[in-house]
Write a protein that binds this ligand. Structure first.
Ligand code: ADP
Ligand code: MG
Length: 690
């Protein structure tokens, strides 16, 4: 037997844990004694000593002993019970919003109280809201000599009940049932057992500020181990993929040449380099798994089309998946224009297609008469069968969930033969994050924009300037330019978004009667969406009012002005994507961020970054700094990066060493690596599949 034996001891083997408590613990995903040991505190309280009021620090909870001076009911915005206490070093105000008269009566002048709460700055100086308190008496328990851990709990399970259970679980740890899989040299001076014991019960003089922030060396030791385990799961997944077979695609010849010759421009150096990397992968009998990052407008579509040439020339099929119908339609138009003259049929599969049209497409893919299938997630939800799918291209992958990507890949699998995968994203992922989020993928970066682009000028203006902006749109459009007006809403609801856009559309039609204005949002039928986009692309519409459905991929080079309403509601990465819809030609483009005043400090800082730079990587770094990894990777992926205690942003400095340690462990002690992975990632492993 291998692995952690402690994981095989059920919680019911602990004293005092019966079936009822076990099922409550299950709600916290705690099944084994080991799960308890890894159930780590979120917070710490210091009940080990009495802190003089004069030494309280705001934001930290502390225990004080003090004498009641007065108790009063104050009628403010909300009625509150205010109790003033003092201990000789200072005064403290206790404030209760929920209270009863009996409670007030107990705060008699001169009574001595032991009080526990978090110190804050309030209207009356230092205050505690709803502190715990009790009268000082002779039979009070002696103060503990360690900090008190505060655990994540659930209904029916209190801290008081959980604490002794964890303490009991800790006594079960032995070198035999919870070994140090990490070599001592990598363990930063702590054995696993010592680090765990420390974080569950730090001595009273421990650095509590560091502990609360997760920066204590004992916690960093654990975070390091967790990150190594996560990295191992990515390496392992990578190895699994490498172990599969793929159809080796010979270097493309005639088709590739014809495609390049038909292009009205030469490829950029970066496009050429990335294509060479892709071609090398495709030649191999192992499946390619390559992530291509390229900022908005870098020219990823052409790269996808040229990659497709390799498969098509070998007589195989290509699937291209896009996150929105608008983008799928746009790709279908481009690919049809490029490939049909060469005799390759392109099919477009949309969610709302009729039965007959769908059957027709299915037949064409199954008998191989169509070479390229383009669509949204309908591609894998459906019963589409391919004759010979050799390459899967996923555009704007950050918009898809993990499972969708895996499902499409499985379509191409015949026994052990897997399709090659090309994954494209415009979300620039800061390097530190990429190493941990996409460790299973090879990465290429298109780090150069096509020549002749003029950088977009971004203006940040308050909503009061709306009328000026409308005038500006009138002038620009009458001068032959095109513009977007983007309505944002925090709600994800299509319906609310559509309503907001409809209202703006109506309003702008009144304000700008001389302009041809279109409206596009997620509630339109696909045919309607497509018609509106097409009319805008052809220049029949001058102004397009849209929701964020146009965020990804849409390419209308003649549009040079974009207004984004309430940009403060969106993440920086999303704003950057949206803004990338303009600035696609040689002409000067403008983006107006029309915010709702007043903006907070953070809001101002964020929007000014958008004004200062059009470099997606810098914007993403900043977003990461201001909002954390969940926001940068997109909400869909937040849950997929669920760590017990590691934090990619905080622990970024550990990542290079994490990578080294993981690689070394896997090479030198594969069984230990597997055990470590199971310790931290087991059951969560599917999350690691990006
Ligand atoms: P993205 O990387 O955002 O998907 P697209 O593939 O939509 O970018 O390309 C943006 C625009 O740049 C398109 O109009 C495309 O035709 C154009 N383009 C792509 N590559 C080049 C190039 N090498 N030279 C000039 N224009 C290019
Ligand atoms: Mg694109």
């Amino acid at each position: 037997m291998s692995g952690d034996l402690l994981a095989r001891q059920p919680v019911t083997s602990l004293k005092g844990v019966g079936a009822a408590l076990a099922s409550t613990l299950l709600r916290l995903d705690i099944r084994s004694v080991q799960d308890l040991v890894f159930h780590l505190p979120r917070q710490y309280e210091d009940r080990s000593r009495i802190t003089p009021i004069g030494a309280l620090r705001t934001g930290l909870s502390a225990q004080v002993e003090a004498e009641v001076q007065l108790a009063d009911i104050v009628m403010g915005r909300r009625r509150s019970l205010v109790v003033r206490v003092q201990d000789g070093s200072g005064q403290l105000t206790l404030r209760f919003y929920h209270f009863n008269m009996a409670q007030k009566e107990k705060f008699v002048r001169g009574a001595r109280l032991r009080i526990f709460g978090e110190a804050r700055i309030g209207a009356a100086g230092i205050e505690m809201y709803h502190p715990e308190y009790q009268a000082v008496s002779a039979d009070m328990p002696p103060p503990s000599d360690t900090l008190t851990p505060i655990y994540p709990v659930t209904e029916g399970l209190t801290q008081l009940r959980l604490r002794p259970l964890v303490a009991q679980a800790l006594t079960r740890i032995t070198a035999h049932n919870l070994p140090d899989w990490l070599p001592a040299g990598e363990a930063r001076g702590w054995s696993l057992a010592d680090a765990l014991r420390y974080v569950h019960a730090p001595p009273r003089d421990a650095d509590r500020v560091a502990l609360v922030a997760g920066r204590h060396p004992a916690q960093q030791r654990l975070a390091f181990e967790e990150l190594v385990a996560h990295q191992l799961s990515l390496l392992k997944r990578r190895a699994e993929i490498r172990a599969q077979q793929a159809v080796a695609l010979p270097p493309a010849g005639a088709l590739h040449q014809r495609f390049l010759q038909a292009l009205p421009f030469p490829l950029t150096g970066a496009q050429t380099r990335v294509l060479a990397e892709i071609a090398t992968d495709l030649r191999s009998p192992q499946p390619m798994l390559r992530l291509v990052q390229g900022d908005v407008g870098a020219g990823k579509t052409i790269v996808a089309a040229l990659a497709a040439c390799h498969a098509l020339e070998a007589g195989s099929q290509v699937a291209l998946m896009a996150p929105t119908e608008i983008l799928a339609e746009q790709h279908a138009l481009n690919f049809t224009r490029w490939f049909e003259p060469m005799g390759i049929r392109v099919a477009l599969l949309l969610g709302r297609l009729g039965v007959k049209a769908r059957r027709e497409i299915n037949t064409a893919m199954a008998d191989g008469s169509a070479g390229i299938l383009i669509g949204t997630h309908a591609l894998f939800q459906d019963d589409v069968q391919f004759k010979h799918l050799a390459l899967v291209i996923i555009d704007e992958q950050h918009r898809f969930g993990v499972h969708q990507r895996l499902a499409l890949k499985q379509k191409g699998e015949h026994g052990d033969i897997a399709p090659h995968q090309l994954i494209m994203t415009a979300t620039p992922i800061p390097r530190t994050l990429a190493m941990s989020a996409y460790g299973d993928l090879d990465t290429s970066v298109i780090d150069e924009l096509p020549p002749g682009r003029t950088p977009i000028q971004t203006l940040v203006l308050p909503g009061e300037r709306r009328a000026d902006i409308v005038e500006r749109i009138r002038a620009q459009c009458l001068a032959g330019k095109q513009a977007y007006w983007v309505c944002t809403l925090i709600e994800e609801s299509d319906q609310l978004q559509a309503q907001a856009a409809e209202a703006t559309f109506a309003e702008l039609q009144v304000a700008l009667p001389e302009l041809r204005i279109g409206l596009v949002h997620g509630r339109l039928k696909s045919a309607e969406k497509i018609a509106v986009m097409q009319a805008f692309k052809n220049g029949e519409l001058q102004l397009l009012v849209a929701t964020t459905v146009i965020e990804v991929g849409v390419d209308v080079p003649r549009a040079t002005l974009m207004v984004i309403e309430n940009p403060e509601r969106l993440g920086l990465a999303q704003l950057h994507q949206l803004r990338g819809r303009v600035g696609r030609g040689a002409e000067q483009s403008f983006c107006v961020l029309l915010y709702q005043a007043p903006l907070g400090q953070l809001g101002r800082e964020r929007l000014s970054i958008m004004r200062e730079t059009t470099d997606g990587f810098r914007i993403a770094e900043k977003d990461l700094e201001l909002r954390g990894p969940g926001e940068v990777l997109g909400t869909r992926q937040t849950g997929e990066m669920a760590f017990r205690l590691a934090d990619l942003l905080r622990d970024a400095p550990l990542l290079p060493a994490v990578q080294d340690a993981a690689r070394k462990l896997l090479a030198e002690r594969p069984a230990d690596a597997q055990a470590l992975l199971e310790r931290w990632v087991a059951g969560r492993e599917h999350y690691a599949r990006v």
